[in-house]
Ligand binder design. Structure first.
Ligand SMILES: [Mg+2]
Length: 365
């Protein structure tokens, strides 16, 4: 990592690795047993695209579909899924019990978690009530936004200076610009960590190429998220998904140091370095001086494939837990579920209320 103004230097090393094939989708299961992708739809796509290169493109498309189901799977499967990933609201008392005596640290994804998924990603605003809730949350616990979006863009949506922000899937991390009781002991007031800064010119180039080449596809949107380029499919007719994915593939061919991941109606191109939302979570815990504490209780809430890296990290650490935001069963390493951003807000409000009550009780003692 390079030294910059106001940089906290971490021991964490970024590593460039050879890239010959796309990595397996995070979560490992490619959708798993709970996602209803019909054999017919896969075969239909293979027919459209033929074999060879088309197969990889189909893999991306099926993976995107699996990450963005629009109808529930078999009701029996849904019941069993809820049993394994109960509502965090229903389990609130048990969650609080498990966190007793520990420092709760909150990690929140943005799109689909704090704001609804909307057709135009530039208009994914969060409600004022949600903003107020997150502000109160940050007064009670260290709180970070961890997103695939460009850090500055998500900051413009959230507009809370007291939070940590990890943009571009954790490739662009910034600490609070307003001090709080959680960061007053930090060596530098502004924490900044960019493990992939040498990729910036390459990412810009790929962004421009994709904008030019997808112009002919109605509804196609390409977003420059600074350290990652997102190609959105949400406004593109499904019949055109394959064509758009082929364009992405043809552009990516010239950049072996970049790789592709699939999300909710989005393909994302990122630097091939060993860094993800899980590593960002660990880096932020380290920055807070909590990485090696046994009494830390991180809670990560997210709705996307890329959040699975963070859910897995928490399972590996054996600390805290992940909450998946989803109305439908999905293969996940999260422990609990919430159905939509409104439920996320209810959960966060309950946490704030609980903290207030417990502080009042403590001050009486
Ligand atoms: Mg999301």
């Amino acid at each position: 990592m390079t030294q910059q103004n106001n940089v906290v230097v971490s021991d964490t090393k970024s590593e460039v690795v050879a890239q010959n094939k796309p990595p397996p989708p995070p979560g490992g299961g490619g959708g798993g047993g709970y996602i209803s992708i019909t054999r017919r739809s896969i075969l239909k796509n293979l027919e459209i695209n033929g074999g060879g290169g088309g197969q990889r493109v189909n893999g991306w498309i099926e993976s995107m579909r699996a990450a963005s189901p629009t109808h529930p799977s078999l009701s029996q499967g849904q019941t069993s899924w809820i049993l394994h990933h109960p509502s965090a609201l229903d389990m609130f008392d048990q969650i609080i019990e498990a966190s007793k005596g520990k420092q709760i640290v909150m990690f929140l994804d943005y799109d689909g978690t704090l704001s609804p998924i909307v057709e135009d990603p530039d208009r994914a605003f969060m409600s004022n009530t949600m903003r107020k809730t997150v502000r109160k949350l940050a007064r009670c616990f260290p709180t970070a936004i961890v997103t695939g979006r460009c850090k500055d863009k998500v900051y413009n949506f959230v507009r809370l200076a007291e939070l940590y922000y990890a943009g571009s899937h954790g490739l662009d991390i910034k600490g609070p610009t307003r001090s709080s009781k959680y960061n007053k002991d930090m060596k530098a007031e502004a924490l900044l960590f960019q493990p992939a800064s040498e990729f910036l010119p390459m990412i810009d180039e790929v962004y421009q190429k994709l904008v030019d080449k997808t112009k002919s596809i109605a509804g196609a949107m390409v977003e420059n998220n600074k350290f990652c380029v997102s190609v959105h499919f949400r406004c593109v007719d499904e019949k055109k998904w394959s064509e758009q994915a082929h364009i992405v593939k043809s552009v990516l061919k010239g950049y072996p140091k970049l790789h592709l991941t699939e999300g909710r109606k989005v393909l994302e191109i990122r630097p091939t370095i060993k860094w993800d939302k899980g590593k960002a979570l660990e880096f932020l815990l380290e920055s807070l001086g909590l990485a090696n504490c046994s009494d830390v209780f991180p809670v990560y809430i997210g709705d996307d494939r890329s959040d699975e890296d963070a859910f897995k990290k928490l399972r590996d650490r054996g600390q805290g837990f992940g909450i998946l935001v989803s109305k439908f069963p999905k293969e996940t390493s999260a422990s609990y579920s919430l159905q939509e951003p409104k439920e996320v807000m209810d959960f966060l409000q309950r946490l704030v209320e609980w903290k207030k009550v417990s502080l009042r009780a403590r001050s009486r003692v």
